[in-house]
Design a protein around this ligand. Structure first.
Ligand code: C2E
Ligand code: MG
Ligand code: MG
Length: 671
């Protein structure tokens, strides 16, 4: 009977004598430890199990024998190649009549599964309560059974206020019936629903949440619960809104950006085409903004942009749109505007900009160039209108500061020319369409070569040979002058080096430098590299700057020039007398040479003024130890006057036109 009791028990049962030999095991023991009664009886643990198990059992058995009482423990058993199992064991002594222990009985229950469940529960609870997302669980009738900590935090309701209630307590009233209907439909058909829902916190605040609801079914397929998981969406929506704002607005001024402006113009086109109205587009570009930015710094530039935005806004009527396209470019859409009204508006804007603006210890007088065009006269779609207003703005810039300019048919053609020119100019340098000519510079007393000036030409694929006047002004406006000038400088130096290798020594080389190249120190880096790589004698190379380029930012130009000077280069001021600099300024720049502009040379014989200018320039240059060279000498009369004035060097058609390198070498060097 006892045997059968034992064998049908859930427990794993064994009896050991005091020396640790097994006296009895039940069938559960056989099964659990994968042994047979024959193998076990009379053996010790050491003969049956691993060292670890043996030690563990031995220690516990010993304790029971010593204390004479029952001992409960968790035994972790790892049999070979099997996951660990957990036994809940009770060991107790069997006592003889004299009270001595003669056997130890062990009964163990396998609690592994129970343990794992407990662990899982513990984990689930942890996740449930620590989750950043709100969780609520309802029964099949949508009565709330439990909510987590995040739910309480996000909704403001306590556990007591929610348990037993319907999730309706959260409804904001902002949601349509349809959304709840589609939610329930999805839950019933696919078992889950996900979407954005506006709910109400206990304090009345309405907030967006991202909600996922899942239905839970029992094994029979009947829905027993719903689990709702939601996160507060407010922050996400706010950053989404911000991203949308930034995508359509300029961050600095808060004005619409180009893409939003284009949208507004599209809408205006649609409206105006229906109502047969006209409207105007302004393209506004601040004058000299770059100079302010470069000299006073970006913060000052930003400050000016904000001020200018404010002033222009004040001029506009409600319903007009002003946008910033980046940099110092703005655009304005004037709804329902006649030519007269647009004209007046442009003047009003010019007036309001003119007021001085305080920037620290400096006063700035902002001004802008404005290009204006009209729908439908100057274009029937937003892109064309903007492009044409832009062209008109360029034209306004060309006529000086403070101007506004209307787009016209003549301008249209000029624009098309300009755009196609820009396009092909971009490719010119890459496609070997640019080349250099060299114009000799001579000692006017003996006509000996003292140097050459390199001058760029463009072999245009369709238009043929183009002179600098036909593309340099364009290149300056579109920012392409920099790469062209750089190309010319490199090419000039390489020519000089090539001749040098052939034993042909050029007494001097003059290279024209544009204003843009003075903005940064790249010119310095480039020249330093050319001199080193080509092993050139820097003192035979002269860089020609125009007055306007130097005057644009005197302080900065000075530091660039100083660097160039330290490379050993000569510096020359080109077309002297045509800009607005005075001779005083010459002292600021460590100049080596002044080139008297062509227009003075041309008029020498006719105009006393021209003679006075030339004479003065020569005298002052001499007193400052600066060389003088007269440009554009075409006839002997001019030459004679210059000689009388003490001018030593000259350049002009009288001596030679700009000529190809080979011709230069043959005619002037190999004689
Ligand atoms: P510039 O530097 O003052 O060059 C002198 C211009 O006067 C040249 O015109 C030359 O052909 C012309 N010239 C020379 N002698 C006479 C003369 O006796 N009579 C007349 N009427 N003209 C004469 P070009 O080559 O058309 O160049 C015009 C301007 O284009 C140059 O004026 C210069 O500012 C610019 N330029 C030319 N090549 C380059 C270049 O490689 N880089 C840069 N940045 N500018 C260049
Ligand atoms: Mg020049
Ligand atoms: Mg010149």
């Amino acid at each position: 009977m006892l045997q059968s009791f034992m064998n049908n028990s859930d427990s794993i049962i064994s009896l050991k004598d005091l020396s640790g030999h097994y006296e009895f095991i039940n069938s559960h023991f056989e099964h659990f430890y994968q042994v047979t009664t024959q193998q076990v009886l009379g053996k010790t643990d050491a003969a049956l199990f691993t060292h670890e198990i043996t030690e563990d059992f031995h220690a516990k058995d010993l304790e029971v024998a010593k204390l004479h009482t029952a001992l409960e423990s968790e035994d972790i058993i790892t049999l070979s190649h099997q996951p660990a199992r957990i036994l809940h064991s009770i060991r107790f002594p069997l006592l003889a009549e004299d009270g001595e222990v003669y056997s130890i009985c062990t009964q163990s229950l396998d609690v592994t599964l129970h343990h794992e469940d407990e662990l899982r529960m513990h984990l689930a609870e942890h996740v449930f309560n620590r989750a950043g997302v709100g969780i609520l669980v309802t029964d099949a009738k949508a009565t709330i059974l439990t909510v987590n900590d995040a739910f309480i935090r996000l909704t403001g309701f306590t556990e007591g206020e929610t348990l037993g209630k319907n999730p309706q307590i959260l409804a904001s009233g902002k949601q349509t019936k349809e959304i709840y209907q589609s939610m329930w439909a999805a839950l019933l058909t696919q078992g889950w629903w996900q979407g954005e829902i506006w709910n109400r916190r206990k304090n009345g605040e309405i907030y967006p949440e991202w909600l996922t609801i899942t239905s839970i079914k029992n094994p029979a397929g009947k829905i027993t619960n719903y689990v709702g998981i939601f996160s507060d969406f407010t922050a996400v929506i706010e950053s989404k809104k911000r991203i949308e704002f930034l995508a359509t607005h300029d961050e600095l001024t808060g004005l619409p950006n180009r893409s939003l402006f284009l949208d507004r113009v599209h809408q205006a086109v649609t409206r105006a085409s229906r109502s047969q109205h006209t409207f105007a587009i302004f393209y506004v570009d601040l004058d000299d903004f770059k100079i302010i930015n470069d000299t006073l710094g970006h913060a000052a530039g930003d400050n000016l942009l904000i001020e200018v935005t404010h002033r222009m806004r004040e001029c506009l009527r409600e319903g007009d749109t002003i946008a910033r396209f980046g940099g110092d470019e703005f655009a304005i859409l004037l709804e329902d505007s006649s030519v007269n009204e647009a004209d007046m508006m442009a003047s009003r804007i010019a007036e309001s900009l003119k007021r001085p603006h305080d920037m620290g210890n400096q006063k700035v007088y902002p001004s802008a160039s404005v290009g204006i065009c009209f729908y439908p006269n100057d274009g029937s779609d937003a892109e064309t209108l903007l492009k044409n207003a832009d062209s008109a703005m360029y034209r306004a810039k060309g006529t000086g500061k403070h101007h506004h300019y209307f787009f016209t048919d003549a301008l249209r053609h000029a624009t098309e020319d300009r755009l196609s020119m820009e396009h092909s100019l971009r490719k010119a340098a890459d496609h070997n369409q640019l080349f250099l000519l060299f114009q000799p510079q001579v000692d006017i007393n003996n006509r000996r070569l003292v140097g050459v000036e390199s001058l760029v030409r463009w072999n245009h694929p369709e238009k043929g040979l183009l002179q600098p006047q036909q593309f340099i002004p364009q290149a300056e406006l579109s920012g392409l002058i920099d790469p062209i000038s750089a190309w010319a400088a490199v090419e000039s130096c390489q020519n000089m080096a090539r001749w040098m290798r052939q034993g042909i020594i050029l007494p001097g080389l003059s290279i024209n430098v544009c204003g843009d190249q003075l903005r940064s120190f790249t010119l310095v880096t480039m020249m330093r590299q050319l001199i080193l790589e080509l092993n050139l004698n820097a003192s035979t190379i002269t860089l020609e700057f125009t007055e306007t380029a130097l005057m644009r930012d005197i302080v900065h130009a000075q530091s660039v020039l100083r660097e160039l000077k330290s490379l050993g280069l000569r510096l020359s001021i080109d077309d002297f007398g045509t800009g607005y600099s005075s001779l005083i300024h010459l002292q600021h720049f460590a100049l080596d040479e002044i080139k008297i502009a062509q227009i003075f040379v041309k008029d020498l014989a006719l105009s006393p003024d021209a003679r006075i200018v030339a004479q003065t320039v020569i005298a002052i240059a001499k007193s400052l130890g600066i060389a003088v060279i007269a440009e554009g000498i075409e006839n002997h009369a001019q030459l004679q006057i210059l000689q009388d004035m003490g001018c030593i060097q000259g350049q002009g058609y009288l001596f030679a036109e700009p000529i190809p390198g080979d011709e230069l070498v043959n005619r002037f060097i190999k004689r």
